[in-house]
Ligand binder design. Structure first.
Ligand SMILES: C[S@@+](CC[C@H](N)C(=O)[O-])C[C@H]1O[C@@H](n2cnc3c(N)ncnc32)[C@H](O)[C@@H]1O
Length: 223
């Protein structure tokens, strides 16, 4: 998608980074970060086991990532994000909780998936509160759009899932249509999915709820 149009689904935020986040970003990258490469990753070598790998795109400050990884030590989690303060925060929490089942790629998820992720290598995708790009002229920047969803489908194992959550109704319907039109994906529920109890609340979700936005969940399976 990126190569075809040059359109990105994010803007790099200059944003404040705390000294603790900066320290973690600098000192812990060797432990938790995977540099961008043109070669597909060998997950057994990366994680030291053959557990299922779940990718989270756009983890923000990593709050959900950490809690989900803590609750599921028999899965591996690979977060993809471009926001440096969030990456530093994630590393801080991984260190604090001594978690060994999380790694991070600091890169555009579209390019990272294309280059680094083996086809049919992923058990699930988490996309929580992706940037909604509310204005009509910006809709083309929405991440959950074909052909990106085709790429996600190609990376999923049979039986794997893509789980998206948004508080932006127009984007929820947009993603519903895009995912429904993607070959090899099928809706696990009729319409939107029920709230998945195991998903922790994120900062964006708290903000959305404070604004009385309704949350919509989408859960599709690869067949
Ligand atoms: C609205 S925030 C939501 C963050 C978090 N999931 C939450 O719920 O709090 C969306 C995040 O996705 C990241 N993002 C958007 N497009 C991306 C891409 N193509 N590759 C990597 N990260 C991306 C942004 O940097 C941003 O941090």
């Amino acid at each position: 998608m990126e190569e075809r149009t040059g359109i990105k689904s994010y803007v790099r935020r200059a944003g404040h980074i705390s000294s603790a986040q900066q320290r973690a970003y600098t000192e812990l990258s060797a432990q938790y970060a995977l540099p961008f490469t043109q070669e597909a990753l060998n997950f057994a070598a990366v994680f030291g086991n053959s557990n299922p790998v779940i990718i989270e795109i756009g983890f923000g400050m990593g709050a959900a990532t950490v809690r989900i990884a803590q609750s599921n030590p028999s899965c591996n989690y690979l977060g993809i994000e471009v926001h440096k303060a969030g990456i530093g925060k994630l590393f801080l929490e991984l260190e604090k909780h001594a978690l060994h089942n999380v790694r991070c790629i600091e890169y555009d998820a579209v390019a990272a998936l294309k280059s680094m992720i083996p086809d049919e290598g992923i058990a699930g995708f988490h996309i929580f509160f992706p940037d909604p790009w509310q204005k009509k002229r910006h809709h083309k920047r929405r991440l959950v759009t074909r052909p990106f969803t085709d790429l996600v489908a190609a990376k999923l194992q049979a039986g794997g899932y893509v789980y998206m959550v948004t508080d932006w109704l127009d984007y929820a319907w947009w993603a519903y249509r895009e995912l429904s039109a993607t070959p090899y994906l099928c809706n696990a529920f009729e319409g939107f999915a029920p709230a998945q109890e195991w998903r922790p609340r994120t900062r964006f979700e708290e903000r959305a709820l404070a604004l009385n936005h309704e949350i919509r969940e989408l859960y599709f399976l690869k067949h």
